[in-house]
Design a protein around this ligand. Structure first.
Ligand SMILES: [Zn+2]
Length: 162
């Protein structure tokens, strides 16, 4: 009888755990992570259309690191885009003849498709960052800071983790 009672209790405990713990986990999971599918060619040769990635939401903009692959909210399309965060707040960003300069210092970007026709120079504000596409060949079609200027750091939603 004693053993039976323990069994019943542990059974109820399990049921309670399933109903309490799991919805909580699902809730946390949905808030902290996003599963995204890539569209378009703007991030080639590193990301191709139709691939799935897990994005960790970031509620603290200071945790982003340069060259992170991030998901940003685009007001123009009311959508999200995958981009590379290149410039951080208050930095001076130049991209000319296929070379990136941050605060006048040259940065070597490997594994991106450069475009020597782009000539951009900008100083970022206190709440702004600079995002770029890896594929800059048809840069007119890209929804990034080369075309539309700096973006608000609060519009960067999270970074790709896998
Ligand atoms: Zn857009």
């Amino acid at each position: 009888m004693f053993v039976y009672r323990i069994y019943i209790m542990s059974y109820f405990k399990k049921i309670i755990l399933i109903f309490i713990k799991n919805p909580l986990n699902i809730f946390l999971y949905r808030r902290r992570f996003l599963r995204i599918e890539t569209f378009g060619e703007s991030m080639e040769p590193n990301f191709f259309p139709g691939e799935f990635y897990l994005v960790k939401r970031n509620f603290n903009p200071n945790l982003f690191e340069r060259f992170d692959i991030v998901v940003m909210h685009c007001e123009k399309h009311n959508s999200i885009h995958l981009k590379r965060i290149v410039g951080m707040v208050n930095e001076k960003i130049c991209y000319r003849k296929g070379i990136l300069y941050i605060n006048e210092k040259k940065f070597l970007e490997k594994n991106v498709i450069h475009n020597k026709q782009i000539n951009v120079s900008i100083i970022l504000g206190e709440d702004e960052c600079f995002v770029m596409s890896d594929n800059r060949e048809n840069y007119n079609f890209n929804c990034d800071s080369i075309n539309t200027g700096p973006i608000k750091i609060e519009h960067v939603i999270g970074k790709v983790i896998t």
